[in-house]
Design a protein around this ligand. Structure first.
Ligand code: HEM
Length: 149
């Protein structure tokens, strides 16, 4: 990530706080319309009461607020990684989520979603995805070792 992208991410925290839930709602709708095979992964009960959208929005905001001190995110990332591994989330699914997250930010922010803002969020998402994929790989490897023992 470039220095000015870190600044852009930090400056978009208030906007995301205002639109966070709407962004995640649009994100889920558009992603599940484009990838119906992912529907079974997401618990329909959680989607109805909006708690999934709230948790994802919360995770994104926590990430944005701590972009320059990522060590603070170790505990939440670990918790999400365990949840993901239990659901068999795979590395190749991260670009799908990233594409639709960016698309939703674009839809909801309208003119506010300048190319600079979208580029910064694209870079930030890829950075977070790399961290989560690496953490989940360790958990998958550990599970594999245990099963083989
Ligand atoms: C950097 C990207 C991602 C972030 C920040 C993220 C964040 C989260 C968070 C905060 C939760 C809730 C955890 C909890 O309940 O404690 C969650 C759950 C979940 N995530 Fe992710 N996630 C990401 C990528 C993905 C990908 C690539 C997939 C695969 C399609 C995925 C599938 C799921 C599913 C199926 C759940 C459980 C939803 C439910 O409760 O029904 N996530 N994620």
């Amino acid at each position: 990530m470039l220095d000015n992208q870190t600044q852009i991410i930090k400056s978009t925290v208030p906007v995301l706080q205002k639109h966070g839930e709407e962004i995640t709602r649009v994100f889920y709708q558009q992603m599940l319309a484009a990838h119906p095979e992912l529907r079974t992964m997401f618990d329909p009960e959680n989607q109805k009461d909006g708690s999934q959208a709230r948790r994802l929005a919360g995770a994104i905001l926590a990430y944005a607020a701590n972009i320059d001190r990522l060590v603070q995110l170790n505990a939440p990332i670990d918790k999400i990684a365990h949840k993901h591994v239990g659901l068999h989330v795979l590395p190749e699914q991260y670009p799908i989520v990233g594409e639709h997250l960016l698309g939703a930010i674009k839809t909801v922010l309208g003119d506010g979603a300048t190319p600079e803002v979208l580029d910064a969020w694209g870079a930030a998402y890829n950075q977070l995805a790399d961290i989560m994929i690496a953490r989940e790989k360790i958990l998958y490897d550990e599970a594999h070792l245990t099963a083989a023992d």
